[in-house]
Design a binder for this molecule. Structure first.
Ligand code: AMP
Ligand code: TRP
Length: 344
């Protein structure tokens, strides 16, 4: 089992995806698909760490799969699949529950945010969530993980788990044929592009998120052209003209966000955007941004709708992906069980 470069990432099927998911993660997924073996997962086991209505969950799993394909992920080239259909995730997560330390999980900021004030009432799954995420990646011994900025801390934990497993079971790992004592790689975060943290269109200091009660705060990948244009026009700005240098965006969170979105959507840098729009008023810039956003995103919304109308086809893609994912995970899990001391 030579360690090859492998890309793994995932999104939760909780409601529809938005521009932050697309620019922060999926654009990188599509790029990496050109050069690497990639696995892109719909992480339904993660979704149920907070309550999900079963019928809506089923619908969201298909919705996110449709969005993956509509965005440009090719189910023949990459492995597109659904987490709960591959048992290795839950099995390895349990082993990692026994490797990770309480102190490590206590530091996770996302748990604190999501659990809020009523920590006692959060699910145990929400607390152990990062261990499952480490299992997702390491069940395939994946080496590269393209995500948005908010997942950085979870990836550091995955690296710590990989490291501790390698140290705790050093002797057994060598005995199992890994002479260098390295069974799990240290998965590397890939957090790149001009929009690793897309902010709310209503408040440049808050992350764009599915859970924001205001739909105007985000552009959903299912929004039609009119709605996209309306949301861009209504986006919060400040009264100044756009600066001509990136430094001029400092302390102007809304301007910084819209320029980053423009750069990511047009495949350039913030510098290039400001070279074109520096000195312009937001009113003009927003017209160009609305045009760009509708041109890039509206066809994707149409394609999601078309794919969603054929749920059997989506289910077939997921079943095929799960089968191919198992082929990668099964030999890894056999070794893990041997290393840990299980029989069979
Ligand atoms: P989630 O929707 O929480 O499952 O996130 C799926 C992926 O989208 C992860 O890689 C996140 O880091 C990324 N992501 C979510 N929201 C944003 C955002 N506002 N800006 C950039 N990336 C994001
Ligand atoms: N926790 C990630 C998020 O909410 C989703 C996720 C689950 C993930 N497992 C993963 C991302 C493995 C990358 C790799 O965004």
């Amino acid at each position: 089992m030579k360690l090859e470069e492998r890309v793994f990432s995932g999104m939760q099927p909780t409601g529809s995806l938005h521009l932050g998911n697309y620019l922060g993660a999926m654009l990188q997924w599509i790029e990496l698909q050109k050069t690497h073996n990639c696995m892109y997962c719909v992480v339904d086991l993660h979704a149920i760490t907070v309550w999900q209505d079963p019928a809506e969950l089923r619908d969201s799993i298909r919705q996110v799969t449709a969005a993956y394909i509509a965005a440009g992920l090719d189910p023949k080239k990459s492995i597109l699949f659904n987490q709960s259909q591959v048992s290795a995730h839950a099995e390895l997560a349990w082993i990692f529950n026994c490797v990770a330390r309480l102190g490590w999980l206590n530091r996770m900021t996302q748990f604190k945010e999501k659990a809020g004030k009523n920590k006692e009432n959060a699910s145990v799954g929400l607390y152990a969530y990062p261990n499952l995420m480490a299992a997702d990646i390491l069940a395939y011994r994946a080496t590269h993980v393209p995500v948005g900025e908010d997942q950085k801390q979870h990836l550091e934990l995955a690296r710590d788990i990989a490291q501790k497993f390698n140290v705790d079971f050093q002797k057994e790992i060598v005995a199992a044929g890994f002479e260098d004592g390295v069974f799990f790689p240290q998965p590397e975060p890939v957090i790149t592009g001009p929009a690793t943290r897309v902010m709310s269109l209503r408040d440049g200091t808050k992350k764009m998120s599915k859970s924001d009660p205001s739909d105007l705060s985000r552009i959903n990948l299912t929004d039609d052209a009119d709605l996209i244009a309306k949301k861009v026009k209504k986006a919060k700005t400040d009264p100044e003209a756009l600066p001509s240098e990136v430094e001029g965006l400092k302390d102007r969170p809304e301007a910084q966000n819209l320029v980053g979105i423009f750069a990511a959507l047009s495949g350039t840098t913030r510098e290039a955007v400001l070279a074109e729009f520096g000195g312009a008023q937001f009113s003009g810039f927003k017209i160009s941004l609305a045009e760009l956003a509708t041109e890039k995103l509206a066809p994707m919304a149409d394609e999601i709708k078309r794919l969603k109308a054929e749920p059997d086809e989506i289910d077939r893609v997921l079943a095929d992906g799960a089968e191919r994912a198992r082929v990668v995970a099964d030999p890894v899990m056999r070794k893990v069980k041997e290393i840990v001391g299980f029989i069979g």
